[in-house]
Ligand binder design. Structure first.
Ligand code: SAM
Ligand code: SF4
Ligand code: SF4
Length: 371
C-alpha cells in the first residue's frame, strides 16, 4: 500500500506568500508516520544516469541509446539537496545515503559532500554520509570524497567471475577494476565498507559461495540482497528469488554461521557471524521476510520527488515547492505532512498480491530512485 497524497495535498506557499500558521512546525522535532515509524534515513538519488546496464536494474532493451534521461536543470541542485537534508536533519534524519543511477557520475560530487558534511542533528552531531556505488570510479575518487567528508561507501558487486560480471553489467566492465575501487576506498578510510550482492537464481547464485569465501576474514562486510520486483523493466518473477534462508544454509554448510542481534532499529540487513571469527555477513530479505514494520527510510528521486517507499507509484514534488520560493518552515511542514500520511508496507503486502496485480501496479525504477 502506498500513500497517495500529492503535492496538492501538501501545504505550500507561492513565491512571496507565507505558509499558513496552522501548518508551522517547531524548527526541530522528530517526524513519525501513521504506523509510528520515524524518519531517520534519507536516500538521495543524485543522477538517473549510469555507466552500467545491469540486467536486473537497467536492461539495455529499456535503457538503450534513445532513452531520455533527465536534463541537467531537472535535477536537484546541490544547494537544493543540502536544504532538504538540513530540514530532514532537524526532524530526525541522522543518515544520508547518496545513490542513483551511478552517483559517482554526478560532476562535482565532492562539493555536495562538503556541503552535507556541514549539517548537524539538533543535538549537534554530524550526519553519517554514505554512498552506494558500482565502484567503477572509486579508485579515482575515493580520497577526494573522504577529504570532502564522506563517511563510508557500499559497493555493489554481483560476481567475482569476470566473464559473468561483465555480462551482468552488460557494458563489459572488468571486475578487477571494481575490486581496485574497493581497496582504494578502504585505503582512503571510507569504511567499514559493505559489499552488496544481488542474487538472481540461475544467473549468479553459484557465486554465493565464492563471494563468501573471498570476503570471509576480510575487513569488508558482504551483504546478500534478495532480487526484488522494483520498477517494471526487469521482468521479475518470484522463482528467481533466492531466499536469505537458502543463502545462509548454503554458506553455513561450509563456513558455519550464527545469528547476531540487530545493531540499530530499522536496520535492513539481518546479521550473521562466522563461528570461526571470520567476520559477518548481512542478509536483506525484502521479499521473504519484509521489514516494513521498522522502515524509517525516505527517498528523494533525482528530480526532487519525495517517495515514502521504494515501491511507491507516486512521489511528492519537493522541487516544485523549493522553486516556488517556499520558506524553510513551509518546506518542513510539507515534509511532515507527507511523512505523517505514510502507511506504506509494500513488502508485507506483496505476498497477498497475485502476479497479475503485482504486474498491474505502476512502480518506479530503482535507477531513478536509488537503492
Ligand atoms: N549504481 C549504484 C550501485 O549499483 O550500487 C547505486 C544505485 S543501485 C540502483 C543501488 C542498489 O540497488 C545496488 O546495490 C543494486 O544492486 C540494487 N538493485 C538494483 N536493482 C535491484 C533489484 N531488482 N533487486 C534488488 N536490488 C537491486
Ligand atoms: Fe547502474 Fe547500479 Fe542499476 Fe547497476 S544497479 S545499472 S550500477 S544503477
Ligand atoms: Fe520500507 Fe521497503 Fe516496506 Fe516500502 S516495502 S515500507 S521501502 S521496507
Amino acid at each position: 500500500m502506498t500513500s497517495t497524497a500529492s503535492t496538492a495535498d501538501v501545504p505550500h506557499a507561492r513565491a512571496g506568500s507565507s505558509t499558513p500558521r496552522a501548518h508551522r512546525l517547531p524548527s526541530t522535532g522528530a517526524l513519525t508516520d501513521r504506523l509510528d515509524r520515524p524518519m531517520r534515513d534519507l536516500r538521495i538519488s543524485i543522477t538517473d544516469r549510469c555507466n552500467f546496464r545491469c540486467v536486473y536494474c537497467m536492461p539495455k532493451a529499456v535503457f538503450g541509446r534513445d532513452y531520455a534521461f533527465l536534463d541537467r536543470d531537472e535535477l536537484l541542485s546541490f544547494e537544493e539537496i543540502t536544504r532538504i537534508s538540513r530540514i530532514a536533519a532537524a526532524h530526525g534524519v541522522e543518515k544520508l545515503r547518496l545513490t542513483g543511477g551511478e552517483p559517482l557520475l554526478r560532476r562535482g560530487l565532492e562539493g555536495l559532500v562538503e556541503q552535507l558534511a556541514e549539517l548537524r542533528t539538533p543535538d549537534g552531531r554530524p550526519l553519517e554520509i554514505a554512498l552506494t556505488t558500482n565502484g567503477s570510479a572509486l579508485a579515482v575518487k575515493a580520497s577526494a570524497l573522504k577529504a570532502a567528508g564522506l563517511t563510508r561507501v557500499t559497493v555493489s558487486l554481483d560476481s567475482l567471475d569476470d566473464e559473468l560480471f561483465q555480462s551482468m553489467n552488460d557494458v563489459r566492465f572488468p571486475v578487477s577494476r571494481v575490486l581496485d575501487g574497493i581497496e582504494a576506498a578502504h585505503a582512503a578510510g571510507l569504511g567499514p565498507i559493505k559489499i552488496n550482492m544481488v542474487v538472481k537464481r540461475g544467473l549468479n547464485d553459484h557465486e554465493i559461495l565464492p563471494m563468501a569465501r573471498r570476503f570471509h576474514g576480510s575487513p569488508f562486510s558482504l551483504r546478500f540482497i534478495e532480487y526484488m520486483d522494483v520498477g517494471t523493466s526487469n521482468g521479475w518473477q518470484l522463482d528467481e528469488v533466492v531466499s536469505s534462508a537458502e543463502i545462509v544454509q548454503r554458506i553455513g554448510a561450509e563456513l558455519p554461521l550464527e545469528p547476531l542481534a540487530a545493531a540499530a532499529p530499522g536496520e535492513t540487513a539481518a546479521r550473521w557471524r562466522y563461528v570461526d571469527g571470520g567476520g559477518e555477513i548481512g542478509l536483506i530479505s525484502s521479499v521473504t521476510n519484509a521489514f516494513c514494520g521498522t522502515c524509517n527510510r525516505a527517498r528523494i528521486s533525482t528530480e526532487g520527488k519525495l517517495f515514502t517507499c521504494l515501491f511507491a507509484s507516486e512521489g511528492h514534488d519537493l522541487r516544485a515547492l523549493l522553486r516556488s520560493g517556499i520558506d524553510d518552515d513551509g518546506l518542513a511542514a510539507a515534509m511532515a505532512s507527507i511523512w505523517g500520511a505514510r502507511d506504506d508496507r509494500y513488502s508485507e503486502v506483496r505476498a497477498t498480491l497475485t502476479p497479475e496485480l503485482r504486474a498491474a501496479r505502476s512502480k518506479i525504477e530503482m535507477s531513478y530512485i536509488g537503492g
